[in-house]
Design a protein around this ligand. Structure first.
Ligand code: FE
Ligand code: CA
Length: 516
């Protein structure tokens, strides 16, 4: 039932004229089931608001989510309290068939640095409740900040137990480093390259994703998971994407399968549209011409500036045919780049302002250049050519330019393992890197995997290594950065237990990591 206030507010905003009342009535007659099956979320917070997200999908795995192909007005409300006693803002957003009936409501005019609660209403149906948070004002001096970091959530590899635990954390926001979906589909149980069994815990609906309907269905299936919905509803997110939102190890207009660029770009366009539809991001990130400008900054007063990078869209091809390989000439290609010129200038300009105590690069692929040899019979050093290690010239350029800031923390995903380590410019340490493991990708794992001891011995810059599933929480104060490595004991069955496996501390102004 609509309350009197909701009725008045929707009438006042009045998109009825825009859409045509008969269409709405007809459409509502066609809506036979509860439309908020995929939950709610919020993201891209600012000091005065955030984006509220939902998608109408009465039958999530049906074509078009079981929706009639007409625009639908959806009411939203933002409250000061979880019981919605005091409404801070309310309005209406249109769920359009062009965007899979997703809703992105950009809310402004709110107070800084505080929680809000929100919900959507369509006709007589009300969405689950979500909790969102605004950021502190740029001119403020927060004394502490706690946020989360996660990503790599292959549905087939395990349950989202880590996300259920993440939902219960008290966090200002969560940075997601991508691999929100995996585009591929496994035929059955597998085995990892290091010899560990990888059971097929649950199966993707459909085959590998290529068109918009495929990607939409994949996101819809992922969002039927209650643990993912709980984490999305509990926090405000800062989403990015990596490779599997589109296709394994893609960069720019190239995919790993060798599709011609013009053909791959059609796939990329479909995948990025689905990503936009499902993420709580601003209209500025709507893909245009098959591309989105996803690099952006979030600031937390004078405490932290977080620059979210896009390390896929503009990158030059992986050298030497990609993969894990010995050193090759392409690794020192002077024209190679990971970021676009514009993105790199933007990043350096932001980091050199010196207006925040900490600078954070929130990105996707490992920046440390590691020797990946796992066994003693491997004589030559092995590199991951899809990481920054394959791009020595831009890697060294970036690290040399941030030398002396002594307050840079790099946050990374992609590896499906936890790492803490030091980045140097060839002479001295210039930044620290924390690599967050995966939510589920790679299966249960174990504290150390086959070859981990050799990785440690061959890479003295690595201070911590762990192969379990989980997420990071970061506690930031003006003088100290603490990263908590949170791991679950298993993801092959539901209900795994969470523990804090390790803690890394960094003192501002002194590039080093102390583990405990
Ligand atoms: Fe991944
Ligand atoms: Ca990845």
């Amino acid at each position: 039932m609509l309350t009197r206030r909701q009725f008045v507010s929707s009438a006042a905003i009045g998109p009825l004229a825009l859409i045509g009342a008969p269409a709405i009535l007809r459409a509502q007659g066609l809506l036979h089931a509860y439309p908020f099956t995929l939950g709610v979320t919020s993201g891209d917070s600012a000091p005065d608001g955030f984006v509220l997200w939902t998608r109408l999908a009465p039958v999530p795995t049906d074509r078009h989510g079981g929706m009639p192909m007409v625009p639908m007005p959806v009411q939203w409300e933002v409250a000061m309290d979880e019981h919605f006693a005091t409404i801070a803002a309310a309005g209406e957003a249109i769920a359009r068939p062009e965007l899979g009936h997703s809703v992105h409501a950009e809310v402004g005019g709110l107070l800084p640095d505080r929680p809000y609660w929100y919900r959507f209403t369509l006709g007589g149906d009300r969405s689950p409740r979500g909790r969102a948070r605004t950021l502190p004002l740029p001119g403020s001096s927060p004394q502490s900040l706690r946020f989360g970091v996660c990503g790599c959530q292959n549905y087939e590899d395990g349950h989202y137990t880590a996300l259920r635990h993440l939902a219960a954390e008290d966090l200002a926001f969560v940075y997601h480093y991508g691999d929100f979906i995996y585009e591929n589909a496994r035929p059955g149980p597998g085995i990892t390259p290091w010899g560990q069994a990888l059971p097929l815990v649950r199966s993707h609906v459909g085959q590998e994703c290529f068109d918009l309907a495929d990607y939409r269905l994949r996101y819809a299936q992922y969002l039927t998971d209650p643990d993912l919905q709980a984490a999305r509803a509990a926090h405000s997110w800062l989403p990015s994407f990596d490779d599997h939102e589109i296709g394994n190890n893609w960069v720019s207009d190239m995919d790993a399968k060798g599709a011609p660029a013009d053909i791959f770009l059609l796939r990329r366009q479909a995948a990025l549209q689905a990503w936009y539809e499902y993420m709580p991001v601003r209209a500025a990130l709507l893909p245009r011409g098959g591309a989105t400008t996803a690099y952006r900054e979030a600031r937390f007063g004078d405490l932290l500036a977080m620059d979210v990078l896009d390390t896929r869209s503009y990158r030059s091809d992986q050298p030497c045919g990609d993969g894990f390989k010995p050193r090759c000439a392409g690794m020192t290609d002077r024209t190679a780049h990971v970021l676009s010129n514009e993105e790199e200038r933007w990043l350096l300009r932001n980091m050199k302002r010196k207006t925040t105590r900490w600078n954070c690069m929130a990105q996707q692929v490992m920046m440390m250049s590691l020797d990946r040899r796992m066994t003693p019979d491997m004589l030559e050093k092995i590199y991951n050519l899809d990481s920054w290690a394959g791009y020595e010239v831009p890697r060294r350029r970036l690290l040399s330019r941030i030398k002396g800031l002594d307050n840079v923390v790099v946050l990374t995903g992609d590896e499906h393992q936890n790492f803490a380590g030091i980045l140097d410019d060839g002479n001295r340490p210039v930044a620290v890197e924390f690599v967050s493991t995966s939510i589920s990708s790679g299966g249960d794992g174990s504290d150390l995997r086959f070859g981990s001891d050799r990785m440690r011995a061959n890479n003295p810059q690595v201070k911590f290594l762990n192969d379990q599933r989980g997420y990071l929480t970061c506690d930031v104060t003006p003088d100290n950065w603490r990263t908590n490595f949170m791991v679950v004991d298993r993801v092959s069955i539901p209900g795994g237990a969470i523990t804090r496996r390790a803690v890394a501390n960094v003192a501002r102004g002194d590039v080093g990591i102390s583990m405990s």
